[in-house]
Design a protein around this ligand. Structure first.
Ligand SMILES: Oc1ccccc1-c1ccno1
Length: 239
C-alpha cells in the first residue's frame, strides 16, 4: 500500500517513522510519503489560507494549492487511482471496520486541513471519504491521520507478527477486549484470575468471551445490538 499525506506541518507526521508503522515501512509493507502543501504555493509568503466568504472567525484553506498538490501526486502513478481521505470533525465516524475497508485499498491520500478547514469545492472535487476520529475538535487533520494510518497499517498483511492478535482485537468481534495479565502471578496482593493459569484452553476462551461481554455491556452497551449473541452470551449479558 502507498500512503501520501499532504500537510502544512510535515514534521507532525514524523511518528509514522517509528515503531510498528516505521518498521512496516522499512520492510516495504507500506510506502508512506509526506508532502508540505506550501510546496504548491507560488507567492513569497507561501500563502495557503484566506478569509472565509460570508464572514466569520478564522481562515479557510485556499483551493489552488490543494488542487495543484493532489493533481501532482495523483499524476505520479497514472495507472492507479488513490482513495482520497479528508479528516474532519464533520466526517463519518472512523471505526475498526472502516480501517479494514481502507486497508483493502492500494493507495490512500490523506489531506490534513488546518484553520477552519479546506475550501468545500476542493473537498467536493477530490474527497472520497470525509472521516472523523471522534466527537471533539482538533487543531488540524494531522493527529487524525496518525490515528487512521496506524489503525490501517497494522491490518496490512505481515505487519503484525501474530495475526491472531488482530483477530482478538477489541471490536474485531464487535466486542471490547477484556483485561489481560502477565507475570507475576500475584502483584501487590492482586492475583491473576486462576482460570488463566489452568491450561484449560476451552475454559480460558469462554472466560475471555464472558469478560469481553461484561466489559462491553458496562462501557458500550450499544455495541451488543450489532452482533449475534449465543444463548450463553445472552445469559452473561443478562446476569
Ligand atoms: O478537529 C479536526 C480538525 C481538522 C481535521 C480533523 C479534525 C477531527 C476531529 C475529529 N476527527 O477529525
Amino acid at each position: 500500500m502507498r500512503i501520501d499525506v499532504v500537510t502544512i506541518f510535515p514534521d507532525y507526521l514524523r511518528p509514522l517513522e517509528l515503531a510498528l508503522v516505521g518498521r512496516a515501512a522499512s520492510r516495504d509493507l507500506v510506502d508512506i510519503q509526506t508532502h508540505d502543501l506550501r510546496a504548491w504555493t507560488h507567492d513569497v509568503h507561501r500563502t495557503v489560507d484566506d478569509s472565509p466568504y460570508g464572514g466569520g472567525p478564522g481562515m479557510v484553506m485556499r483551493p489552488e494549492p490543494w488542487d495543484a498538490a493532489l493533481r501532482d501526486i495523483v499524476a505520479r502513478d497514472p495507472s492507479r487511482r488513490p482513495r482520497v481521505v479528508v479528516p474532519t470533525p464533520a466526517g463519518v465516524p472512523f471505526t475498526q471496520s472502516y480501517a479494514a475497508e481502507l486497508a483493502e485499498q492500494d493507495w490512500l491520500i490523506f489531506c490534513c486541513g488546518r484553520y477552519e478547514g479546506i475550501d468545500g469545492r476542493v473537498v467536493d472535487a477530490w474527497a472520497d471519504d470525509e472521516i472523523s476520529i471522534g466527537d471533539y475538535v482538533l487543531a488540524g487533520g494531522e493527529v487524525a491521520t496518525l490515528v487512521m494510518v496506524e489503525a490501517v497499517t497494522r491490518l496490512l498483511p505481515g505487519v503484525v507478527g501474530n495475526a491472531e492478535s488482530i483477530i482478538d482485537d477489541s471490536f474485531a468481534h464487535g466486542l471490547l477486549e477484556g483485561p489481560v495479565y502477565t507475570r507475576p502471578p500475584v502483584w501487590e496482593g492482586r492475583a491473576v484470575p486462576e482460570i488463566l493459569r489452568s491450561g484449560d484452553h476451552a475454559a480460558i476462551a469462554r472466560w475471555r468471551r464472558e469478560e469481553a461481554l461484561r466489559r462491553t455491556r458496562r462501557r458500550r452497551p450499544e455495541l451488543l445490538d450489532r452482533i449475534e449473541l449465543s444463548d450463553a452470551d445472552r445469559a452473561v449479558v443478562a446476569s
